[in-house]
Design a protein around this ligand. Sequence first.
Ligand SMILES: O=C(O)CCC(=O)C(=O)O
Ligand SMILES: [Fe+2]
Length: 328
Amino acid sequence: MAADDTGRTVKLGRRAVQFPSAELQVLEDCNHLLGDLAALKRELQEKGYLFIRGFHDQEEVLAARQAVLEHIDSFGSTLNKQHPIREGVLRDGCGLGCVPLMEGKNDITHSELVLRVLEGKRPLKFFREFFKDEVKTFDYKWLRAMHHEGFTGVHVDNVYMSRGSADLLTLWTPMGDVTVEMGVLAVCEGSHRLPGFQKFQEKYGNMDAEKENLQGTGWFTEDPYEITSKFGGQWKTVDFSAGDVLIFGMRTAHMSTTNTTHLARISCDTRWQPASEPVDPRFCGLIRVSDSKFGLLSKMTKEEKEEDRLRKERNTVSIEQLKAVWGL
Ligand SMILES: O=C(O)CCC(=O)C(=O)O
Ligand SMILES: [Fe+2]
């Protein structure tokens, strides 16, 4: 892992940025607050996130990582065969689409070694104490391997999963040591509560992307500085070691740094909430795979399917159109 923080040029979206610098500062962990519930809640309320080192058992994370890499390797053409699987080296030219999609509820997300981390004793204990309640985690797991030059754009999670509890938290777990160069989560500190973000939260943050029929990713922008220059806040990130996690609420704007390496960046976001609260039905129980694959739609003729696709396309809206309407 790159322990030397001096003079590193990394990428946040498409922007090259020095790390650390005024534009991209270092995340501070809150390990000194563990065991003090009031202090942890205050930290989450103030900063919009909790960065916790050694949250998971490191050996368990590394075992899960190996299981995920073996799963990826079973697809044949993703990893570079000159290297041992455990190194997770992507083959040359492995860009978008080269890494198998692993999100959802499937054989790898719910394999024993992966679930031992994602739904293990440690997260259960932490969230039970945090919520002072029994807890529920979505069945849907956002397990991913980020390809070369891949990144996640700026968004708040509320646009994707607002149909259940408002107390929902995201737990971002890197599977292994993940440097800023490999693509880690970056948060915009203060974005969940600063007055400058009020309209952003009211318009973008309150949006249900699926209800709006939003095209594309649901990201507000790919440019980290678009939000800091318009609304304020401070981008922060850090090198993660296996076991470290980032926890944040539905209103904290975040993105990822870009994977400029040829190593697969493996991570999983899981969601946690009090069990007594309503749950967003899209992510628990029977998980809808695709609107067009199953159900009644599968009975449509080719022409009917094409017509349906075009009708849907006509009814969609782009984030640019919405931003113009919102005046953001
Ligand atoms: O892993 C990523 O690139 C994005 C993760 C994310 O957006 C999340 O954990 O909510
Ligand atoms: Fe997210």
